[in-house]
Design a protein around this ligand. Structure first.
Ligand code: MG
Length: 303
């Protein structure tokens, strides 16, 4: 009897360990065989249960996403357009094609009017400032329908930003050092608010300059969500505001589930504006070059 019990326990332990091994192997094969170009962020997305797709995977997912997705949410800068640059006719036509089959929404870091005008007044719902603001186009009229505000200690923030400038050598800047949005969101742009678009674009395309400072910025502003936003800045918002929570709120209010929702963005690495989407385990498409946006979207609407 004792012997039987011993062997039963041994069998269970062996079975469990094989099962874990099988799961590990499956995940590894997923990353290597089915998704040959998986990067660190994508690997973390798998761990969080999300389906992250790349151009090589688009066709694989075609039938599945066409059947299951109802709501598509987009980031704007570096996803649909170049940073702070008007939307192209090709990107506009792509949104028109998608809108025939899906409900579309913008989930942005910028405020709603900025996003709306950068899209050449394209009629689309916009959730701005990581969820603090929301707009709709009603009868051809752009309307802000929700605007949350947060109280912040401006003087303290300015002082802390100045200390960071001195420590990291960014005391030379154009315009204001810190931009305080009406919502209470804060943009700390290392080149200042009035730097030229060219200077901003050339400043830190690989984010290395800001990544050096990021741990310290996080530590100082630990009561905020801190994003390595735009091309030169850190965006700070109240902790509860981030793209995942903003999109989930919008989805729920409009009758969509998480499974029916797909996010399209460019910036999923840690500290990135779209990072919470990955951390939240939502399905997303990673756009690596905004010029490929129209091509990358085709599989979602082509029959
Ligand atoms: Mg972006």
């Amino acid at each position: 009897m004792k012997k039987l019990l011993f062997f039963s326990i041994l069998a269970i332990i062996t079975f469990q360990s094989c099962k874990n091994k099988t799961q590990e192997t499956a995940l590894a094969q997923d990353s290597i065989a089915e998704f040959p170009y998986v990067d660190a962020e994508t690997a973390k997305a798998y761990a969080a249960g999300a389906t992250c797709i790349d151009s090589t995977q688009a066709e694989l997912k075609k039938s599945n996403f066409q059947a299951t997705k109802k709501l598509i949410a987009f980031d704007l800068d570096a996803t649909i357009t170049q940073h702070k640059t008007q939307m192209s006719p090709e990107a506009t036509a792509t949104l028109d094609s998608l809108a025939r089959y899906y409900h579309l929404v913008m989930i942005g870091a910028g405020n709603c009017p900025r996003i709306y005008h950068q899209m050449n007044d394209y009629p689309i719902d916009i959730v701005g400032n990581y969820g603090m603001q929301e707009s709709k186009v009603i009868d051809g009229q752009f309307k802000i329908i929700r605007e949350d505000t947060a109280q912040i200690d401006k003087e303290w923030i300015k002082k802390e930003c100045q200390k960071l400038r001195e420590k990291y050598g960014y005391t030379d800047y154009a315009g204001e050092s810190v931009e305080f949005h009406k919502s209470g969101m804060i943009t700390f742009g290392l080149l200042g608010t009035q730097a030229s678009k060219e200077d901003k674009l050339a400043f830190d395309p690989d984010k290395k300059k800001r990544l050096v400072m990021y741990p310290e910025v996080l530590e100082i502003f630990k009561d905020f969500s801190v994003f390595i936003g735009g091309s030169t800045s850190f965006d700070l918002a109240e902790k509860k505001y981030n793209k995942y929570d903003a999109l989930m709120r919008y989805a729920q209010e409009n009758g969509f589930t998480k499974e029916q929702t797909l996010f399209v963005g460019d910036d999923f690495s840690d500290g990135g504006g779209d990072s919470h989407i990955r951390l939240g385990g939502m399905d997303y498409i990673h756009i690596r070059d905004y010029r490929n946006f129209p091509k990358r979207m085709e599989f979602l609407y082509k029959k």
